[in-house]
Write a protein that binds this ligand. Structure first.
Ligand SMILES: [Mg+2]
Length: 374
């Protein structure tokens, strides 16, 4: 019997609350105390196990409760009893079973790829077309309303070899943003800066503020205005001399089509949690490449399993050429869930080559941080 004839015999779910080290503010939405993720485990009849993680953010993609029940109630009937070889059919059924719930679908596809990788002895990147890179430059976000605390984080990042930071802006006034840009440029001149407003500006504010921010020559300015406001994005893009990126405006390929038609951006943030899976994220990146747009690999508030999934996806996607943001496991969570630390060295994520994702959660920590188990 082919290894891919094996059926999936169990699907287990954990809703976790994982403590974080600091408060983070954004143009829309703050994070404090803990992040909430949903973990999914699939077991195949030969004994192979696969993990997936959904990392919803309530102000961006959805809630952990909706994610948990999308998987438990609406997606589970399309998974248990199916064969490993039917991955694309399972994903198509999940897409039709419940609208949106993109994080749930990302977790499902991650777990399907992980269990398949373990069953056949291949890394996830090999199942996604093969690898085009062994490591990915890491960007860490700066979003603490306490600037003194973020200066300490910047020192630590610099000592660790991280050379890209993303400054979260638009939550505490324009003067606060300009002051932080000035200090980073002055005190860490080797560090590349990216700026992300997370939809935090009204169009008239963006018209006034963006040229002053662009004067600091960041790599790009991301999502200054509301996700749906593609027309304003296009107008802003014409007024500044640094690239304008779309994040909240582009979830899947369908959104990217609209953004390209509107001329809304020079590049995009590709996230498996927005796209609804690793392969749809690859589709988004390939469309961006065909349209002449750049792309980086973003994330939500994630733990190590989602970081690993993103790393494998980017490793197999040459169009994502501006690095990644898989920093939470190392720089934001009080404690990650992986048994071995998320692989990162000298400011670069190392792409695992072992079977599946190349990492799994520690069961004791899973139990400790569980809110709901289904
Ligand atoms: Mg963003």
């Amino acid at each position: 019997m082919s290894l891919l004839e094996q059926r999936i015999i169990a699907m287990d779910l954990w809703h976790l609350a994982l403590p974080v080290t600091a408060r983070r503010d954004h143009g829309i939405g703050s994070v404090e105390g803990a992040i909430e993720v949903v973990l999914l485990r699939l077991t195949a009849e030969g004994g192979a196990v696969g993990w997936g993680e959904a990392a919803p953010w309530v102000v961006f993609t959805g809630s952990p409760e909706a994610t948990l029940h999308a998987l438990h109630r609406h997606i589970r009937p399309h998974v248990v009893g199916r064969k490993l070889k039917d991955r694309a059919a399972i994903m198509a059924d999940a897409a039709h079973a419940v609208a949106h719930a993109t994080e749930a679908k990302a977790a499902l596809e991650t777990a399907l790829l992980d269990v398949t990788g373990h069953a056949v002895g291949l890394p996830v990147h090999a199942l996604l077309g093969g690898k085009c890179r062994d490591e990915i430059a890491l960007s860490c976000s700066i979003a603490n309303p306490d600037w003194a605390a973020d200066r300490q984080l910047l020192q630590r990042l610099h000592a660790d070899g991280v050379r890209i930071v993303k400054l979260k802006t638009g939550f505490k006034g324009h003067a606060f943003d300009l002051m932080r840009l000035e200090e980073i440029r002055r005190d860490w001149p080797q560090v590349a800066i990216r700026v992300d407003y997370n939809q935090g500006l009204q169009p008239h504010e963006a018209i006034a503020r963006l040229p002053e921010v662009a004067a600091f020559k960041p790599d790009f300015i991301e999502q200054p205005v509301a996700a749906a406001n593609l027309t304003t994005m296009a107008r802003l893009r014409a007024r500044i001399d640094v690239p304008l990126l779309a994040d909240e405006s582009v979830f899947g390929p369908e959104d990217l089509m609209r953004a390209i038609e509107a001329g809304a951006c020079d590049g995009i943030s590709v996230k498996i949690m927005k796209a609804g899976g690793l392969m749809r994220a690859q589709s988004v990146a390939r469309m961006a490449g065909a349209a002449g747009l750049s792309a980086y690999g973003g994330d939500m508030f994630e733990a190590g399993i989602a970081h690993l999934a993103g790393a494998h996806m980017i490793a197999a996607t040459p169009e994502i050429d501006l690095g990644c943001e898989f920093y939470q496991a190392r720089y934001y969570l009080t404690e990650d869930i992986l048994t071995a630390p998320f692989p990162c060295d000298a400011g670069r994520v190392q792409v695992p080559d072992g079977p599946g994702l190349g990492g799994a959660p520690d069961m004791e920590r899973l139990t400790r941080y569980t809110v709901v188990r289904l």
